[in-house]
Design a protein. Structure first.
Length: 340
């Protein structure tokens, strides 16, 4: 058997062994995922801090809800919303309430939802008689210091809080709050409004018309609006200088005192010791009348060569021209009435 296996063994040795199979190329690992962009909070006016004043609770919750709605992708859990609201409760009675709520609720397995939190907050700070308070405001508050639009918006809020929906009591309360001149204008209309919405619209329209007419009248009189700006500058409006007659007397020239002879001449002719004109006295310059300014250089005039009639006419004309416009009209009317 050993001799028979000899040739076979040689043949097997002559056959080359098969090559091992080629290994497939291993692909490189995929790149790491790009980091997700962090959501940025949209900046807007933050809520006004709540200090525990009951009448400001609704406004506080409304401002918080608006901020959370604008940033809903960030404040996406009840806990985040509640913590955001608590961060704006610092002073007054709201501060101790926040500490108590934090100790009893935040981070516990029975943490509240956002709606439950608002219900708890209202139970602690809502007015005990919210409807009665709203009715009292409608009965007692007035439009004083406000525009009709501002008063109407406040009245609508009180009406909603009171639960009163009938037009008649709402109209009565609204009539008590608006100024008497505005009320008279509305009642004197050919068809006065018969619904509370009609009163809202009519009062706003008439008040706006009155304010426009008032602004136009001020503009025609040359009165600037308070705080008006000129272009992009921060300077306040500067009214144009008053008109100055180039032929008018110059009040800015100073002179020495009159001597005795000049004083006697002024007294005989009835001249002013300051401006040296007739028709008024020196004291008029110190009383805020139409004769302002310091002394003016006096040049003695030669004796008049005119007759007494001409001199009297000149004096009367000087007196007339020295009067303000309204006084001139009164004088002319008196002369006509008296047959002078």
């Amino acid at each position: 058997m050993a001799q028979q296996q000899g040739p076979m063994a040689g043949i097997q040795q002559a056959v080359p062994a098969p090559a091992p199979p080629a290994q497939a190329a291993v692909p490189p690992p995929p790149p790491p995922p790009a980091p997700m962009a962090t959501e940025k909070e949209i900046k807007m006016n933050p809520p006004t801090p709540f200090t525990g004043i009951r009448r400001k609770l609704d406004e506080f919750l409304m401002e918080v809800d608006m901020y959370l709605a604008m940033n809903r992708t960030i404040y996406d859990t009840n806990e985040k919303k509640i913590l955001f609201a608590l961060s704006y409760m610092k002073d007054g009675t709201a501060g101790p309430w926040k500490h108590s709520y934090w100790r009893d609720n935040v981070g516990t397995p029975t943490a509240q939802s956002w709606d439950d939190f608002k219900t708890t907050l209202r139970a602690s700070f809502d007015a005990p008689d919210k409807q009665g308070d709203a009715v009292t405001k409608m009965e007692t508050e007035t439009m004083s210091g406000k525009t009709a639009d501002e008063y109407v918006e406040e009245f609508k809020i009180w009406a909603a809080e009171s639960g009163v929906t009938q037009d008649r009591p709402l109209i009565e309360w609204f009539m008590k709050g608006i100024p008497t001149p505005l009320l008279d204008k509305i009642l004197n209309l050919e068809n006065p409004p018969s619904t509370i919405q009609g009163w809202y619209d009519t009062a706003s329209k008439m008040d706006n018309q009155w304010r426009k007419a008032k602004a136009i009248a001020k503009r025609l009189r040359g009165e600037p609006k308070k705080g008006i700006r000129v272009g992009n500058n921060s300077q306040r409006y500067v009214p144009p200088p008053a008109y100055k007659d180039p032929n008018a007397m110059d009040w800015t020239t100073k002179i020495d005192r009159l001597n005795d002879a000049q004083r006697d001449e002024h007294m005989k002719k009835g001249l002013c010791f300051i401006c040296h004109q007739s028709g008024h006295r020196a004291n008029d310059h110190n009383q805020g009348s139409s004769y302002p300014g310091p002394r003016r250089q006096y040049t003695p005039q030669p004796p008049p060569s005119s007759s007494k009639a001409e001199d009297a006419y000149a004096r009367i004309k000087a007196i007339y021209e020295s009067l303000p416009k309204d006084e001139r009209e009164k004088l002319a009317s008196n002369i006509e009435d008296s047959g002078f």
